[in-house]
Design a protein around this ligand. Structure first.
Ligand code: SF4
Length: 299
């Protein structure tokens, strides 16, 4: 049904855990039916992000551009960081509003509302960028050795899988190659940090250190991890489990993209912020939709 290469990413497995149906819609049907109206609407709907997510995506983009210019010999002032952040965030919010308008033009009512950029979020984003660019560990990485940016959408092939766990930057210093990763949505637990570092190491050498900058309560926390080979292997074993579960869910899609065997979310909380609730039977109540689905499955 879906002949594409088995693909693992943190966002794929997290979405599948929250809701198998949303996972299938996003990573299978939106792609295979992108030339049809419904597929196009799905793709647009999944591109819509909350202002909070856009804030953090903009922080990442601005820091990436800051580093790239630094490598080329141009060091941005704090004023330039501020104006770049404001411009990029306003543009991201404008694009979000346009996506919402496109969905509305198809007579669908998403739960997303058009919004204007809020000044307090712009101020927060600027401060966060400045704190990172002035962080002594980050500064050291910029001035010693060389550094290059990597797009997060850069996959790596492992056996027959495609894996996404790219660092934000690769640093070549006197002690070898380090991989720098920004965690913008909090400090992951120790286990999750180790797992993340082990998969990120696939983009470096066997002895590469992974430097994690995690944003917790608006402060940057730094962790350095040098994953051992056995940790990398354990993380890959977990990826294998995840890939198996994703393949098994995808195999339940019936002919003509029938989704009646694909489970809905376990909890209504997942539906509350779902991008495609307006296309889902659960828009009239998750429990009612589940009962209807169970009836269909017993046919
Ligand atoms: S609305 Fe709920 S059940 Fe439907 S796809 Fe979204 S998360 Fe899943």
């Amino acid at each position: 049904m879906f002949p594409q290469q088995p693909t693992w990413s943190n966002s794929r497995i997290s979405l599948m855990q929250r809701c198998p149906r949303a996972f299938v819609l996003r990573y299978a049907l939106a792609q295979v039916s992108r030339h049809h109206e419904r597929g196009e609407i799905l793709s647009i709907a999944f591109q819509i992000q909350t202002p909070w997510i856009l804030l953090h995506q903009t922080i990442r983009e601005v820091v990436h551009d800051y580093v790239e210019d630094h490598v080329n010999g141009t060091v941005w002032s704090n004023g330039l960081i501020g104006s770049r952040f404001k411009m990029d965030y306003e543009k991201a919010m404008q694009m979000r509003n346009q996506l919402i308008e496109r969905i509305q033009a198809h007579n669908h009512h998403t739960s997303f509302q058009k919004r204007q950029p809020e000044q307090h979020l712009i101020d927060m984003g600027i401060k966060t960028c400045i704190k990172l660019t002035q962080h002594p560990v980050f500064q050291n990485l910029l001035v010693q050795g060389s550094i290059e940016r990597i797009e997060l959408t850069t996959p790596i092939s492992y056996g027959r899988w495609k894996l996404y766990s790219a660092p934000d930057f690769v640093h070549h210093g006197p002690k070898g190659k380090s991989l720098i990763k920004l965690n913008l949505y909090g400090l992951p637990s120790r286990n999750n940090r180790e797992r993340q570092a082990a998969l990120t190491r696939l983009y470096g050498n066997h002895d590469s250190t992974v430097v994690l900058f995690s944003l917790k309560e608006r402060k940057w926390i730094v962790n350095r991890i040098t994953p051992m080979n056995n940790q990398v292997q354990e993380s890959l074993n977990l990826v294998a489990n995840d890939v198996e579960k994703m393949e098994s869910i995808l195999s339940l899609v019936g002919r003509n993209n029938d989704l009646s065997l694909i489970p809905l979310a376990d909890s209504y909380r997942s539906c509350m912020h779902c991008n495609v609730r307006f296309l889902c039977p659960s828009q009239h109540g998750l429990e009612k939709a589940k009962v209807e689905q169970r009836t269909l499955m017993c046919q």
